[in-house]
Design a protein around this ligand. Structure first.
Ligand code: UD1
Length: 353
């Protein structure tokens, strides 16, 4: 059996690594990897291949940036001849980025089986491009690997037959568990005992000048109380420059490699973010997470984990952070099947097909 993995953007890489690795236990399964090149900077892509020990992709399509239609279309037209030539039995797609939906569309039309890893997540907010990608990918996929029970429920509600749904747990946590020891050994010079780690890149937060200004003002105010460490996504860096904002009082950094970022998360007093994956990682690490959104496609991080939704207005962020700095963080537990073995469960299942 030939399994082709398609990845494109940074958050795909932590998810593909454990599946690739677990499938190696089954010599009958041949694997190959295609990188669409949606992310292309060294620090958004190459360094993750190195640290997560992902083999170099057979092809890097180099599609780069563009509007959603442009990027999705470029991935589709680039991928079709590759898939036709390689004739995989199954294509695995990951998460909710444009590369995910583009690959699912191409392969399902070519009658090639599609497996979606991290299926079933829903924010119920179609203003998010990722929600559109999730809805379409899940309708097209033949195998849906979910990280938590809410994923199964969402899929069944949308009419997906139960037999296609396989709850395997969270593959992103597999990578975390594997590289946590390396993160524990990572030292940072000049970091105080208490600091808040920030990431920000959602279009809804960074593309509108008033919203971004309000968020940055809250962070600057926060910074007078506790140091704010902020690795800046390229989209956000560009917007800050375009709008002429001055955030230079914050500890601004380039996007960090996986292990270094994990090390910073683990030691942080709190994390403020609009990322999906970081809501999960902080839950596993038991670090308080304040999410700058009104909704989440990962509700278990709120019900069981350390996550609190604070929206985009600074009031809730300040109030929740004050509680954390006061030592009053909410009780939390790690969701079931977030145990570092989700990739193995996927491989075990696929080996029996
Ligand atoms: C994408 C995903 C998002 C994921 C995020 C993680 C979609 C719809 N969104 O958003 O779900 O959370 O990746 O980072 O697929 N850029 C660079 N260098 C790079 C990559 C991007 O400079 O290596 C810049 C480009 O100017 C680009 C912008 O960042 O226009 C946005 O990149 P894009 O791939 O369109 O989406 P992300 O915002 O990264």
């Amino acid at each position: 059996m030939h399994i082709l993995h398609v990845v494109g953007a940074r958050p795909n890489l932590m998810k593909v690594a454990p599946v690739l690795s677990a499938l190696r236990q089954f010599p009958r399964i041949k694997q190959s990897l295609i990188h669409t090149g949606q992310h292309y900077d060294t620090n958004m892509s190459d360094v993750f291949f190195q640290q997560l020990e992902i083999p170099a992709p057979g092809v890097n399509m180099g599609v780069g940036s563009g509007s959603h239609a442009r990027q999705t279309a470029d991935i589709m037209s680039g991928l079709e001849p590759i898939v036709l030539e390689r004739k995989p039995d199954l294509v695995l797609v990951y998460g909710d980025v444009n590369s995910t939906v583009a690959a699912a569309l191409v392969c399902s039309k070519l009658q090639i089986k599609v497996g979606h890893v991290e299926a079933g997540l829903r924010s119920f907010d179609r203003g998010m491009p990722e929600e559109i990608n999730r809805l379409v990918t899940d309708q097209l996929a033949d195998l849906l690997f979910t990280p938590s029970a809410d994923g199964d429920e969402n899929l069944e509600r949308e009419g997906i037959p139960r037999r296609k749904i396989h709850r395997v747990g969270n593959v992103m946590i597999d990578s975390l568990v594997r590289l946590l020891p390396a993160a524990m050994d990572t030292k940072f010079n000049g970091l105080p005992d208490r600091y808040v780690l920030v990431t920000l890149h959602r279009p809804a937060n960074v593309d509108d000048d008033r919203t971004l200004k309000e968020i940055l003002e809250s962070l600057l105010e926060l910074n007078s109380q506790v140091k704010v460490v902020f690795p800046v996504h390229p989209r956000t860096r560009r917007r800050i420059a375009d709008f002429g904002f001055d955030a230079s009082q914050l500890d601004l950094r380039e996007p960090l490699p996986y292990i270094e970022f994990l090390a910073l998360q683990r030691r942080a007093t709190a994390v403020v973010t609009d990322s999906g994956g970081i809501q999960e990682e902080t839950t596993y690490l038991k670090v308080p997470c304040l999410t700058l959104r009104d909704n989440t496609e990962r509700p278990v991080t709120v019900t069981l984990g350390t996550n609190t939704l604070v929206g985009q207005n600074g009031g809730a962020l300040r109030a929740e952070l004050a509680k954390i700095l006061d030592g009053k963080q909410k009780a939390s537990s790690i969701p079931p099947l977030w145990d570092g073995r989700a990739g193995e469960r996927i491989a075990e299942f696929l080996s029996k097909l």
